[in-house]
Write a protein that binds this ligand. Structure first.
Ligand SMILES: [Zn+2]
Ligand SMILES: [Zn+2]
Length: 158
């Protein structure tokens, strides 16, 4: 049994393997200039989530091909607003040979938040908080048993 998730990606990025969810992939051409802070060259995460949440009723992650930030943070890998059922993941800092794996981990992590999960102290669990790319590379694309049980409980009893 896997929880359902919708992921929007830009057309030039291929879907990645997300073993923890039953994913519906959709492509979206988004005008990122709406979220862009020109002086920083970064997209503002909360503004993007709120704008993209319009009309969303089931857990949905948008992959934004840019770098993201939030006031008080130099950058963010992603941001989820569980109340809005919507999250964003930023690609800019995931580049390299491990790109597909990293993107899958960040999408899974934000989707976990959309299903009510908080951060997990297990460094292998995908809900472990990534401060740096090293944290992302060290953790797996999977939930630990505890997080997976919690997520499925939330999926079955929203
Ligand atoms: Zn998180
Ligand atoms: Zn966990």
């Amino acid at each position: 049994m896997k929880a359902k998730l919708t992921v929007y990606i830009p057309p030039h990025l291929p879907p990645v393997d997300i073993p923890e969810f039953d994913v519906t992939w959709r492509t979206a051409v988004l005008d990122l200039s709406r979220f862009l802070d020109r002086s920083r060259g970064q997209c503002r995460a909360d503004v993007a989530v709120e704008a993209l949440a319009a009309g969303i009723s089931t857990p949905t992650v948008y992959v934004l091909d840019c770098d993201g930030y939030y006031p008080g943070f130099n950058f963010l890998f992603g941001l989820a607003q569980p109340a809005l059922r919507t999250a964003v993941v930023f690609t800019a800092r995931l580049r390299g040979p491990l790109f597909a794996e990293r993107l899958a981990k960040e999408i899974t992590h934000e989707a976990g938040h959309l299903y009510g999960l908080s951060h997990c102290s297990n460094p292998k669990c995908v809900m472990y908080f990534s401060n740096t790319l090293l944290d992302t590379d060290r953790k797996s694309v999977y939930f630990c048993d505890k997080c997976r049980r919690k997520l499925l409980a939330r999926y079955l009893n929203p």
